[in-house]
Design a protein around this ligand. Sequence first.
Ligand code: PEP
Ligand code: MN
Length: 344
Amino acid sequence: MIIVLKKKATERQIQHIVAAVHGWKLKVNISRGTERTVIGLIGDERVIRSKPLDMFPGVESVLSVLKPYKLAAAEGHPERTRIQLPPVHRGGRPVVIGGPQVVVMAGPCAIESRALLFDLGRRVQQAGGRILRAGAFKPRTSPYSFQGLGVEGLRYLAEVRAELGLHVITEVMDTRDVELVAGVADVLQVGARNMQNFNLLKALGRLRKPVMIKRGLANTLEELLMSAEYVLSEGNHDVLLCERGIRTFEPLTRNTLDLSAVPVLQRESHLPVIVDPSHGTGHWDLVVPMARAAVAAGADGIMVEIHPHPAEALSDGSQALLPKNFVKMMQALRAVARALGRNV
Ligand code: PEP
Ligand code: MN
């Protein structure tokens, strides 16, 4: 059940409702939008339905959300979620995800060295990318493959972030590392292989930092939304959804990038949707056309992998764009975004 409050609802009215709901032994989840506040009630629907919720002062309407993802659902959530990353330095620029700007996140698959990260961080920034992506903890299929620089990599990421004033996103694989990664990252990434690591999702729900959840290799969009629900239900409202391709019978691409995920997720949910055409295709020459298509489909952001020497990359070299092709991609995305009344 969702309680939509009037625009002019006061903090006292909100607290009055919260106290009553707690008295009924139900959980509340308060989402404060720029326009209005929405209160989600979690618990036995039969108990909730018997309560006179619309009689409380400040309440505009009460909606019963039929979807299993009560808090992620677009239903009962009049505004789309906009996630604001505060500037890295005072006087710097914030990043807003879910607004008119298509936010581009780019960087190496893995942090391989301090020098490489600085080089790519500068290139991302110069080309107009807003967020540097780079993995310190890498989920690899083989235990013999490069596993990432771990804590050392996070240190380099913190240095680049501070020096360039550039926001960063990086993956967290383990509940034990949540605090550590949250100490550096502006956005914490949950990888496809951890999409249903429910303990990790719950731990991230207790943070007050944005979380991007990548769709699992064989997961439905409803399952992705239920994973988002885990984070939201713990009180963290800043969740991004990421389509990164799913496994199908097609061998000419690494994964099949499901671009219908963009309008479907935007219809079903108020959360911003990011598309990753690098993992979605697995081949660098397919990345730019699919990035253009993702912007055309209405994605709120794009995530791509870049590397100056893809043949020598320690992971995912075959899908990495050369920096010069990343620059070309940015030009192409600007043209597509402009045609849709947006910007990059
Ligand atoms: C990545 O972003 O480098 C990554 C490992 O992605 P995914 O979890 O989608 O495979
Ligand atoms: Mn990768």
